[in-house]
Design a protein around this ligand. Structure first.
Ligand code: CMP
Length: 138
């Protein structure tokens, strides 16, 4: 069990003005922000981040959406971070997300689902390294 996870606030939530409310929910749930930046992914970098999904039918749509606007990427720290954060964000499809979760409150659809959360400790490390150097983590 690791104590870190990687999140992205996706272009839909950024455009809809939900970034502040989402960061507030993350902080109130007990996550410490270890690193944070705002950026716009190129299609190439979005494709690299989601390479694990490159055989899925939604891959093209996912890459195009994730490179369509500004995002916020952050490393979060808390005991049991990966599992607790996935609980806080709710199911991938907001229609199936529980009340009170970030996706239930702020996501648009399955493809435009407001936030990303790492699905394992191993991927949390890979994804954190994708966005942040050692000098950018505190
Ligand atoms: P995320 O947790 O960032 O990881 C992979 C993403 O692929 C997921 O959130 C969804 O936004 C997206 N995704 C998963 N399934 C579908 C689908 N059937 N159609 C479009 N996008 C999807």
């Amino acid at each position: 069990m690791s104590n870190r996870t990687l999140t992205m606030i996706k272009p839909d939530a950024m455009k809809n003005g939900y970034a502040g409310a989402i960061i507030d929910m993350i902080s109130k749930a007990g996550f410490k922000i270890v690193a944070l930046k705002q950026l716009k992914l190129t299609a190439e970098k979005a494709g690299e981040f989601y390479a694990v999904h490159n055989a899925r039918p939604f891959y093209g749509e996912l890459v195009s959406f994730m490179s369509s606007g500004i995002i916020i990427a952050a490393i979060l720290e808390k005991e049991n971070a990966v599992a607790d954060f996935r609980k806080l964000i709710g199911a991938t499809n907001p229609a199936q997300a529980e009340d009170g979760t970030i996706r239930k409150k702020y996501a648009t659809s399955l493809g435009e689902n407001a936030v990303h959360g790492s699905d394992s400790d191993e991927n949390a490390k890979i994804e954190g390294d994708f966005f942040f150097s050692a000098l950018e983590r505190f």
